[in-house]
Ligand binder design. Structure first.
Ligand SMILES: [Zn+2]
Ligand SMILES: [Zn+2]
Length: 313
């Protein structure tokens, strides 16, 4: 399975309920609705969550600017090693309930689950941080066990934890200067790249982190997992008529990454974190082809050095 949310779009609110705000995220969603009309139900379901993310990150940035001496609470709970796994757990606590409101709007069919989670969070202030860390595979019990013990649907808990972890991950990296990476490991938080983006007149390639959404430049012809390069190494899998949205499979290591060439549809670089939502069908095609998602693979270099690394779900 990939790391994208697993709740079904059938539970989505009708299109009319989607927010039509004037924010940047709403414009990005409108662009995608036009580009991928078959994904409108999914986009409508996620619209409230994505728009909340924009609001939350703006407020977190303002909060940071207002108190520059206060460092983000990144990773204080588990003190991850430097440069790895940054999560702003204070942000997670502040936005957990608003996120549940947004999920209830987008996924009303599981409204009781959101309310149970709300009660659980009010009863345990440390719960948002736990859910984020458990989603990243760094806290036991695993989310599936935790959900089962509370008789909550694991899909809903996973969706909430994933969206909260993405928000807390993005907040932890706010304002960090640009950095580089030679592979699919995020130079900001140590997460894994989940999408590759081709942008600009020169067709520059960027990788985007699935944990914190930061971007970094990457060579067009290189496999981000194993570093293989050369003619015929990277193969594109796409749906007829949509070669700009594809899975790029490395024939050497058989890992793939989703990739969007933003130029034909004139899409902005900021659309990456929204785009990955509508590319799930390419995950299916690549996995039917026998390839494994790079976003879930352990870094090739780290695997060679240490066999004892923690599992990332
Ligand atoms: Zn990252
Ligand atoms: Zn490879």
């Amino acid at each position: 399975m990939n790391s994208r949310p697993t709740a079904t779009p059938e539970t989505a609110a009708p299109a009319a309920a989607a927010p039509d705000g004037t924010g940047k995220t709403a414009r990005l969603i409108a662009i995608l609705r036009d580009a991928c009309p078959e994904q409108q139900a999914l986009l409508d379901a996620f619209a409230p969550v994505l728009c909340l993310r924009e609001t939350a990150l703006a407020e977190e940035a303002a909060r940071r600017a207002a108190a520059p001496a206060a460092s983000p609470e990144a990773g204080t709970a588990d003190a991850p090693s430097a440069g790895k796994g940054g999560l702003d757990v204070g942000c997670a606590a502040r936005w957990a309930e608003p996120l549940l409101d947004a999920l209830k709007q987008g996924f009303p069919a599981v409204a009781p689950a959101w309310e149970h989670l709300r009660e659980a969070i009010r009863a345990d202030a440390a719960l948002p941080a736990y859910l984020c860390l458990a989603r990243r595979g760094r806290k036991r019990p695993a989310l599936s066990t935790w959900s089962k013990e509370r008789r909550l649907p694991a899909d809903a808990v996973n969706l909430f934890a994933e969206q909260l972890a993405r928000l807390a991950g993005a907040a932890a990296q706010l304002g960090l200067p640009e950095q580089e990476s030679g592979d699919a490991t995020c130079p900001y938080c140590g997460g894994r790249a989940e999408i590759s983006l081709i942008h600009g007149t020169e067709g520059r390639r960027y990788l985007q982190c699935g944990h914190c959404s930061r971007l970094w430049r990457f060579k067009r012809t290189l496999c981000p997992h194993c570093g293989a390069e050369g003619n015929g190494i990277l193969r594109h899998i796409f749906v007829d008529g949509q070669p700009d949205l594809r899975a790029v499979v490395c024939e050497t290591c058989r890992h793939y990454i989703l990739e969007a060439d933003l130029r034909p549809r004139d899409m902005p670089l900021e659309i990456g974190h929204v785009l990955s939502l509508v590319m799930g069908h390419l995950d299916v095609l690549a996995q039917e082809d026998g390839a494994s998602p790079l976003s879930l693979a352990r870094p090739a270099a780290a695997r060679a050095v240490s066999a004892a690394e923690e599992t990332v779900h």
